[in-house]
Design a protein around this ligand. Structure first.
Ligand code: AKG
Length: 290
């Protein structure tokens, strides 16, 4: 799912659209560490306190860490690892291997019963549920495969389009397009802010396997055109996000992201699920809602 004009997502406000809402980086405020979660139930305390006794110094230290759900809100992404087990990964790898080669890049995986089951499991996972909108549904699953034989890159963009059942003419609904026979429209920002993508990695994805690069915190800036994304990258920096096999990268569709070609020998297979609120405004309906 991506902005139709990847290199130029026009229509965004001029920079800085909501600079006061984003945290301005400074030399004293280095880029945040890569957020990794093991799981936090909905309603848990926003911070976690850890007491630690240092035997050699005979002193007690007290550390307060930011809860995963708050890291997700702040940075716009979170690595959840593991999300599924190694046996599950083997099963998924067999399933994907049995699919026609052209399925890679396909956007209609939710038509498959196994994929709908998997979407349900992901949605109910205790580390994922707090990152989703209330009563969220899976609206799309895209299969991405990258390897030395099938190598590609994606420049920085935001994911703005969503698959819907039928066309509704309304001045605030723009960017209508058809992808693989499915109608898509660019979602209003208020909806995009409540959507979550969960990218499940079937293979280990290291720095040389073409992982996503993200601009932490820039999901709070609304829709950005190419120039505003470039400014955000300069101001906020970018983070390369490796993900272990069976882990997932949860991210807001509005976070600017890119990925480079793979330079390694591995294969990077990803199932990219998109979760959204169940009801749509303006008389729209989801193409699929699981
Ligand atoms: O998987 C990737 O490397 C890129 C995916 C992407 O850009 C997208 O889902 O919009």
């Amino acid at each position: 799912m991506s902005c139709t004009g990847r290199r130029s997502c026009r229509g965004g406000p001029p920079w800085p659209p909501s600079w006061d809402r984003a945290k301005r980086p400074s030399p004293e405020r280095p880029a945040p560490p890569l957020p990794v979660a093991g799981g936090l139930p909905r309603g848990a305390a926003p911070t976690q306190d850890v007491d630690h006794f240092d035997v050699s110094k005979k002193t007690m230290t007290h550390t307060t860490t930011i809860a995963p759900v708050d890291q997700f809100d702040e940075n716009g992404f979170l690595v959840v690892a593991p999300l599924i087990g190694q046996g599950d990964c083997d099963e998924l790898a067999d399933r994907l291997a049995a699919m026609p080669e052209e399925t890679a890049g396909a956007r209609r995986l939710l038509d498959e019963a196994w994929c709908r089951d998997l979407a349900g499991r992901i949605k109910d996972h205790p580390a994922i549920r707090p990152l989703l909108a209330e009563a969220a549904v899976a609206i799309q699953c895209i299969y991405f495969q990258k390897s030395t034989d099938r190598n590609w890159l994606v420049p920085f963009h935001q994911d703005l389009s969503m698959p819907v059942a039928s066309r509704v003419d309304h001045p605030s609904l723009t960017g209508w397009s058809e992808k693989e026979g499915n109608l898509h429209v660019q979602a209003p920002v208020e909806l995009l802010e409540r959507m979550t993508a969960v990218r499940l990695h079937v293979d280990e994805c290291g720095a040389e396997d073409g992982p996503l690069r993200l601009v932490p915190g820039a999901h709070r800036l609304g829709r950005l055109d190419a120039e505003a994304i470039a400014t955000a990258r300069r101001e906020l920096g970018e983070t390369v996000v490796p993900v272990p096999r069976g882990g997932a990268l949860a991210m807001r569709p509005l976070i600017p992201h890119a990925s480079s070609r793979s330079t390694g020998a591995g294969r990077r297979r990803v199932l990219h699920f998109v979760f959204a609120p169940p009801a749509l405004p303006l008389g729209l309906a989801w193409r699929s809602a699981v």
